[in-house]
Design a binder for this molecule. Structure first.
Ligand code: FES
Length: 102
């Protein structure tokens, strides 16, 4: 079953910022990039750093613990291709950001 969840007010996330949102018990890093909103699992596949507290550079999200970079559009891990992070589709509607969790 596909489910869209209301994640945040779009204006609450300024361009170039990200944060952790909790949806149905799941922690997700939501980022506002120059290409729009993107969402990935909050837990870094290295040692569980909170990616929502990371540093966003364009569409690359850097983990706050050891700096691994992830392409937030497709979850690719730059230093370790075998350790991608899960991505989630997003859409904006009526000023809100929605995340789909399958
Ligand atoms: S926990 Fe994310 S890079 Fe180490």
């Amino acid at each position: 079953m596909n489910s869209w969840w209301d994640a945040a007010e779009a204006s609450s996330l300024s361009p170039g910022s990200c944060r952790t949102v909790e949806i149905n018990g799941r922690r997700i890093a939501l980022a506002h990039t120059p290409e729009g909103f993107f969402a990935v699992d909050d837990a870094c596949p290295h040692r569980g750093g909170a990616l929502g507290a990371g540093f966003l550079d364009g569409t690359t999200l850097h983990c706050p613990l050891h700096g691994w970079g992830f392409d937030i559009r497709d979850g690719a891990c730059q230093p370790r291709p075998e350790k991608p992070v899960r991505t989630y589709p997003t859409r904006t509607e009526d000023g809100r950001v929605w995340i789909r969790i399958d």
